[in-house]
Design a protein around this ligand. Sequence first.
Ligand code: FAD
Length: 320
Amino acid sequence: MKKKHAYYDIIIIGGGPAGLTAAIYTGRAKLKTLVLEKSFIGGSASSSSEIINYPGFPSGITGLALTKLFHEQATLLGAEFKLTAAKKVNFSTQNDYTVDTFRTIYHAKSIIITAGGIPRLTNAKNEEKFLFDKGISFCATCDAAACENKTILVVGSGNAALEEAIFLSKFAKKIFIAVRKDESQLKAGKAIQSEAKNNPKLSFIWNKSVSSFNGDTYLDSVSLKDTLTGSEETLPIDRCFLFIGYTPDSEIFAHQINCSSAGYIKTNEQMQTSRPGIFAAGDIREKTVRQIATAIGDGATAAITAGKYIDSITNNLPDI
Ligand SMILES: Cc1cc2nc3c(=O)[nH]c(=O)nc-3n(C[C@H](O)[C@H](O)[C@H](O)COP(=O)(O)OP(=O)(O)OC[C@H]3O[C@@H](n4cnc5c(N)ncnc54)[C@H](O)[C@@H]3O)c2cc1C
């Protein structure tokens, strides 16, 4: 099949909060904008049943309703949307970057990558059944309010796991932290380890991995397997938080722009990557806080900088 070619000022890869915000700004700046989304417009935020930390919605809002508003606003301002995956990119010809999709090769002067990523899973039995709203969470800031007086299991042994467990201890009654190895192999830094060990609500369970998530419609216990002996035990819990890593969706970009060893795209504060005219925003970039509020800030910055970049190449101005 011979592919069609189509031309834009800016292509945004990923229709989550960062991409939708970038589209609002580039649309408003009258740049011919295309957003490519491979699965669902709204991104990861749309799987949240209640967002209570996004400004402007004091009684909370569902992720779906919030991102629908972002989408509506971007469309009203002129951004176009295609539900298709960016399969391959070519960043070698400046001012004519290409994004290859199933039917079409899209060309643009500038590209904003907002492809996000997905939290890593344990692959234990029944995990899919309890994801997000059914008892397995990935974000303490987002879901802590639902943990008031609850018994929680945190899975993970790095800084993120312990920091989030300490944060959750302000809400929960009891928090168990399951670690696959023994105490000597905790990955978290010494200071956070000692803070966690001194917190009376936290208890470490060493040499344990989750073998199964259990419950009827909502998670009510986990089966834990001893990684040394293979024996199993059941731990009743109200909610489980997984902090075992995050996989940025950066594979198709990794060989053309600088990424960290974990696959996050490196940018400066203007969201510029190592290649002129290629920007990255939101959860896919190397940064410390991954929230809707930070994703939209990144998206706005990337769009404004990309607009200036296009101005500079169109009018032969010095580089931004
Ligand atoms: C269950 C859950 C609840 C959350 N709750 C909250 C909360 O209450 N408050 C809060 O602030 N944050 C919350 N977060 C975090 C928040 O959702 C993220 O920080 C935010 O969505 C990041 O936005 P993003 O646009 O960078 O990436 P994403 O939302 O991950 O969007 C990336 C998009 O890019 C698409 N994509 C990827 N690769 C390609 C490709 N090759 N071609 C085309 N499209 C592609 C993906 O399909 C996806 O739609 C939650 C996250 C989850 C998972």
